[in-house]
Design a protein around this ligand. Structure first.
Ligand code: MOS
Length: 730
């Protein structure tokens, strides 16, 4: 293929940036519909039990109040057969359907009124009485679900025979996503058709779930979501409030807007579950691993068994003959967790990478060298060769960038005034995945084009990167291509998550654009009145909307002229992507090495990050500026996980005590030092022709353990729980 690819690889600014900074990018809660009511959820104030009474008399008597809906009067909703929904057929919505309270903060009623203030006031007047029970909240208190096991070799024997054997227990805290934009839904029925404007990372799943629960065809559900103000995974599934908004709209026969408060987002959407992650490792005296045993437990709800890919790193990140993994979710009286950035691998990396640091210290081997000594030649979990794995290069580049040679061999021995200085590092990976996707590409008679695909853009820059891919495929400038996202009327896409967007949707856009360009070329070379008439199609290139026969610059014309002369008001194609079998033939991951320099106040235990360096093997980089922005965001999130973020639950009733952004700490500018992101040049040719591996998740994996290891190097104190607080260093 001779078509030049000029836009891909360039660090273009966000095409929707101006709309966002001028407030013209409308988010879900910005949508207003004629005749719209406002809904406010009343949430449970006990963590487990039964509702014994709901008094709505006073609420209903208030001006503007249209309805107060609870299990006493709500329409019964039952999930139907639906392959795209989390819910088995026959299951009830986990809210407003019966008198059970399954977790603190569960919706128990919803007040619907003409204005938001009236709805808030009415909600505050609803009196609910409970028969409360003690909720099960700790990992030792709940019921373990069936284990997910993995084993190779004979781990027990190998551990017994190992020169060095160490057992450690790691405890990363429960954390919430806390996107800036609240979760919100606006629902409008028209007979048996519904339109919802909803904060979602997966338009088609929200569409499928609404269709299932209201028993209508998917074609009668439209989900619209052009802009998302961050999500990090919290919007990867519809939460009960989405269904409640639609239910309230149906029962009141009016459009309804429902916006979760910041506090309600802690109870009403998911979170990264707390883990108890135990590792026993065996190694020789030079730090070569012989065996690892992983015993992993994590929170889930009593009504859904949430799991994530937490076992993959233990299976294949390092070389060793013997591995045993036992992973169980534990059913508790909490709402269901959900994926949060780097879901699974980020948690596993904290345990494994700190464990390797502990081993390195014990055997007196440099932590970078220890990783290099345990670098596998193939994926020892699946037996497959790696498609591309350049972790060694990530490690050596990162070591150079941070100045690793400055690291003190003995912890706690480098000082800068009152501050103890430490360097630490961690490796990590995130599996490369992709899923079927489609995109419609249309070239207009005026020489502009637009592309439509259902995917969201929660912030990574999908509008921009997809515009680049489409512009190259069509041979247009970026300015003449418009990307349209976030509408179920557009061709379907997988979740905007799991770092799969560019491989999946990008390839659909590329294929659609290539098809349209070829249609135009065919039109030209078969058109007697075209200067390109008779040329071989594969000799025609398109640049800036102008078709030219290669090496014959005089034989050229624009898309505009071509379409006008042929009386075509547009050319169009739907591009599609279907994964090939590369995933069966190769072990595919993006890789990261993160290096951290920290300073710890020797007296007070305050931790300051001085510098972070991330080096990534993520395949081809479509937009370096956006990729850097992703890496910096991933590092900031990692600083939060390492030092600040912690959803604190009251163990008496399951109340989240810091359900606000004053008490739940996230990093601010003053917490963020120099961050440096380096993407290795190169591409992975095996999965998609774009050569990408995905980068949104891998940039976060490994940040928290790198910081934890740097804190150890600074202080000699090993903290195995997250976040690492001042108290933990006292
Ligand atoms: Mo990402 S956790 O798939 O939004």
């Amino acid at each position: 293929m001779t078509q030049p690819r000029n836009a891909v690889g360039v660090g273009h600014a966000r095409v929707e940036g101006r709309l966002k900074v001028t407030g013209r990018a409308g988010y879900a809660a910005d949508q207003n519909v004629e005749g719209m009511l406002h809904a406010v959820i009343v949430d449970a104030t006990v963590g487990r039990g039964r509702i014994t009474g709901i008094d709505t008399t006073r609420a209903q008597a208030q001006p503007g109040v249209v309805a107060v809906i609870s299990h006493l009067n709500a329409t019964r909703l039952t999930y139907r057969e639906n392959p795209d929904s989390n819910h088995p057929p026959g299951e009830r919505l986990q809210a407003l359907q019966d008198d059970r309270v399954r977790f603190f903060g569960q919706p128990v009623a919803v007040a619907v009124a003409a204005t938001l203030q009236q709805a808030q006031h009415a909600a505050s007047l609803v009196t609910v009485t409970y028969d409360a029970e003690q909720p099960a909240l700790g990992l030792d208190e709940g019921t373990p679900n069936a284990a997910q096991n993995y084993a190779r070799g004979d781990t027990a024997d190998a551990l017994a025979a190992a020169d060095v054997r160490m057992t450690m227990a790691y405890a990363p805290a429960r954390t919430h996503h806390n996107p800036m934009e609240p979760h919100a839904t606006v629902a409008q029925w028209d007979g048996d058709r519904i339109t919802v404007w909803d904060k979602t990372q997966w338009i088609n799943a929200t569409q499928a779930e609404l269709a299932s629960v209201f028993d209508i065809p998917r074609s009668q559900v439209r989900v619209v979501n052009p802009y998302v103000g961050g999500a990090f995974g919290s919007a990867l599934r519809p939460w009960p409030h989405v269904i409640i908004a639609a239910l309230a709209a149906r029962m009141t026969r009016r459009p309804v807007k429902l916006v979760l408060t910041r506090r309600q987002m802690y109870f009403g959407t998911g979170y990264r579950p707390a883990y108890d992650y135990r590792i026993t490792l065996g190694a020789d005296r030079r730090g070569r691993l012989t065996a690892m045993e992983h015993t992993i437990r994590a929170e889930t709800s009593s009504y859904e068994d949430f799991r994530e890919a937490v076992t993959a790193a233990g299976e294949s990140l390092y070389s060793m003959p013997n591995v045993r993994i036992d992973y169980r979710s534990v059913a508790l009286d909490v709402n269901t967790p959900i994926w949060k950035r780097g879901p699974g691998p980020a948690t596993a990396a904290f345990a494994i990478e700190v464990a390797l640091d502990e081993l390195a210290h014990r055997v007196g081997v440099d932590p970078v060298d220890l990783r290099l000594r345990n670098e596998p030649e193939k994926d020892e979990g699946s037996g497959l060769p790696f498609s591309t794995r350049r972790l060694r290069e990530c490690l050596s580049t990162g070591a150079r960038e941070i100045g690793w040679q400055r690291r003190a061999r003995r912890p706690g021995t480098r000082r800068d005034g009152d501050w103890l200085i430490g360097l630490g590092m961690a490796a990590g990976n995130y599996h490369t995945v992709s899923a079927p996707a489609q995109a419609r590409v249309r070239l207009n008679a005026d020489g502009t084009a637009f592309v439509e695909t259902a995917s969201s853009d929660m912030g990574p820059g999908t509008y921009t990167s997809m515009t680049q891919v489409a512009a190259d495929a069509l041979g247009l400038t970026l300015e003449t291509v418009q990307m349209r996202l976030g509408d179920s009327l557009y061709p379907p896409t997988p979740p905007h998550g799991g770092s799969m967007t560019m491989a999946s949707i990008g390839t659909a856009v590329l294929n659609g654009g290539d098809t349209v360009r070829r249609q135009a070329i065919d039109l030209a070379v078969n058109d007697r009145n075209s200067p390109l008439y008779g040329a071989a199609p594969d000799k025609v290139v398109v640049r800036d909307g102008r078709l030219t026969v290669r090496d014959q610059p005089a034989r050229a014309e624009t898309y505009r002229r071509l379409l006008a002369r042929n009386d075509r008001d547009h050319l169009e194609a739907v591009g599609s992507y279907t994964p090939n079998d590369a995933g069966q033939r190769f072990s595919m991951s993006a890789y990261a090495a993160t290096f951290a320099e920290v300073a710890v106040d020797a007296t007070l235990g305050l931790i300051r990050i001085r510098k972070l360096v991330g080096v990534y093997d993520a395949g081809r980089i479509v937009n370096p500026r956006l990729a850097e922005s992703q890496a910096i965001g991933g590092m900031v999130g990692g600083i939060g996980a390492a030092l600040l973020e912690h959803t604190v639950t009251d163990d008496r009733d399951g109340r989240i005590v810091n359900a606000n952004l004053a008490d739940y700490l996230v990093p601010v500018n003053a917490d963020i030092p120099e961050l440096k992101a380096v993407y290795l040049n190169g591409e992975d040719p095996h999965m998609v022709s774009l050569g990408v591996k995905g980068l949104g998740e891998v940039v976060h994996v490994g940040v928290a353990p790198a910081i934890a290891n740097a804190v150890f190097n600074a202080t000699g104190r090993r903290v195995r729980s997250l976040p690492i607080t001042v108290e933990a260093l006292q």
